[in-house]
Design a protein around this ligand. Structure first.
Ligand SMILES: [Zn+2]
Length: 234
């Protein structure tokens, strides 16, 4: 069991929807892209119906049952994968309007690439209340790599984020949702606390800390389909 994980199999179940977004722009037909207007409608729905997007720290405290006195109503974790430049241009202002935090899983080896955030923009997101966490250096298919290569992809991404942002970056997100036993060993050896997959479902404190589920947000789906994914009560 990794350090810091206190009650992964506690009898009392904590269940939190972790929404998985990627790019926020206009790209009809692409299910991994959501338009700014649709994201806005979803955030308005969350706001109007008493859902509370939470920081990654609050999420972990809830999963570990550390802040029961301050448990928010209908908590939701908003996550954005890959680090697209539209996250700062489109998503950040929409979330700021509702004072919603989010978590970004980025690949630091791609910050110079066209269409991706640069470090200045990543810092802007951090200042706007986004938690920044690693998604591999170059967004590789981890199971295809050697143990040494996997360790580099995982730990170098963490190191760069921690150096550039002065933050703790020990919550991983598997590129393509792919991992194997070597990946799990690297995460454990380097003291990562949690890792997110793309397995579908609410995240609970009864899941293995390195195989937390999320809910993929299909950018082509209706608001009604989005609403149907959400829990109706706490
Ligand atoms: Zn990704």
């Amino acid at each position: 069991m990794p350090n810091g994980v206190v009650t992964p199999y506690a009898s009392s179940k904590v269940s939190i929807p972790v929404l998985n977004y990627h790019s926020v722009t206009i790209d009809p037909g692409n299910v991994v892209v959501i338009s700014p207007a649709k994201l806005e409608a979803q955030m308005k729905y969350l706001s109007d119906h008493g859902y509370t997007p939470i920081s990654l720290t609050t999420f972990i405290n809830l999963i570990e049952k550390k802040s029961v006195h301050a448990a928010p109503d209908k908590p939701v974790l908003l996550t954005f994968d890959d680090g697209y430049v539209d996250n700062v241009e489109e998503a950040m202002p929409i979330l700021a309007k509702y004072n919603f935090p989010a978590t970004l899983f980025m690949s630091p080896g791609m910050v110079e690439d066209a269409g991706y955030l640069n470090w200045e923009q990543v810092k802007q997101l951090q200042q706007a209340g986004w938690d920044i966490q690693p998604h591999g250096m170059t967004h590789p298919h981890l199971p295809k790599l050697s143990a040494e290569q996997q360790a580099y992809e995982i730990t170098e991404a963490r190191k760069l984020i921690e150096e550039k942002l002065g933050t703790q970056a020990d919550v991983f997100c598997y590129p393509y949702g792919e991992y194997n036993q070597t990946t799990l060993k690297v995460l454990k050896d380097y003291g990562f606390r949690y890792a997110f997959t793309i397995d579908q479902g609410y995240t609970t404190n009864q899941q293995y800390p390195y195989s937390l589920k999320r809910l993929f947000i299909n950018g082509e789906e209706s608001l009604k389909a989005f609403i149907n994914k959400l829990p109706k009560t706490n």
